[in-house]
Design a protein around this ligand. Structure first.
Ligand code: CA
Ligand code: CA
Length: 297
């Protein structure tokens, strides 16, 4: 009896050793590399937990390093994260720094996306990289999802902007509101209605309704700006002090009834209605002039 037990233990021990060797866990494994970003459909509408999207990351030889089907809540800018195991030496199932990693994504309707991260910091231990993914079917290679192109073409043919003998140009601004047809499609506004476009609808220099963190008193509150958001889209606010020579930088803001700093807002696709009014509160500034713009992500 005692002998048999000893044999079983030996066999179990051998099996564990074999399993460890088969997995190839290298002693040189270090902190994983993380890829985050926003996965959207061909219209830049964000996926949420209700829409299937499979994401995977591969090394340069095509071996799988990580995958996920988890799409996070869609009220923030980024809705996916891929963890990539990293080692300091080449090992199966692990990336090493400067690997050219490939990300592939697909939904349950056949729309796909694939891209390579080729730079030297790819696979850096503990590194973080943002990669945005726009799924689609693009048979003619014009970087526009084919079903979206066909829909816009049909809308143009039925609109007042159709002209006999003219060809359809998705980069044209037919309704003259300053935004191209394709960018309006991404923003969820009507490319053939000049009254419908993404724009700042209100701005206040010292908004008394701003949360307390936006200023020390009700007469020194930070500024606020309002715009009309579309469900499923994510927006950031950018600022500069000089329209000519300045560079635009993303700025944080707070939402009504919250002191939390955030750098993006996404209206959940579950929100009903085509448009949702949004007001964001900005930090007070001592600059004599400052400009703001809302950016569709
Ligand atoms: Ca337009
Ligand atoms: Ca428009």
């Amino acid at each position: 009896m005692t002998t048999r037990t000893f044999h079983i233990n030996l066999i179990t021990y051998s099996f564990l050793l074999l399993t460890s060797a088969a997995l190839g866990a290298p002693s040189a494994a270090v902190t994983p590399y993380t890829i985050i970003g926003r996965v959207t459909d061909g219209r830049h509408a964000g996926f949420d937990a209700n829409r299937v999207c499979e994401l995977a990351v591969y090394d340069a030889s095509g071996k799988l390093l990580g995958e996920t089907r988890t799409i996070h809540r869609d009220d923030t800018r980024d809705n996916y994260a891929l963890k990539v195991p990293v080692a300091t030496q080449t090992a199966r199932g692990y990336a090493v720094q400067a690997d050219a990693l490939t990300i592939a994504a697909k939904d349950d309707t056949g729309k796909v996306w694939q891209g390579v991260i080729p730079d030297a910091l790819c696979g850096e231990a503990g590194g973080l990289r943002r990669v945005d993914i726009v799924l689609g079917v693009d048979a003619n290679g014009d970087n526009i999802d084919d079903s979206l192109y066909n829909e816009l073409f049909a809308q143009w043919e039925a609109s007042d902007y159709w002209e006999y003998g003219a060809s359809f140009d998705p980069n044209a601004d037919y309704d003259g509101d300053g935004v191209s047809t394709i960018d309006e499609a991404y923003a969820g506004t009507n490319p053939f209605d000049p009254a419908d476009t993404l724009r700042i609808t209100a701005f206040s220099l010292a908004d008394a309704s701003a949360p307390a963190t936006r200023g020390s008193s009700s007469v020194n509150r930070g500024s606020s700006l309002s715009f009309t958001a579309i469900p499923g889209r994510a927006y950031t606010v950018q600022t500069t002090t000089n329209l000519v020579s300045g560079t635009w930088a993303t700025t944080t803001f707070a939402l009504p009834n919250s002191d939390a700093e955030q750098d993006a807002i996404s209206v959940p696709t579950s929100r009903t209605g085509a448009a949702v009014p949004v007001t964001v509160y900005l930090l007070p500034t001592d600059d004599t002039s400052r400009f703001f713009r809302v950016r569709l992500e």
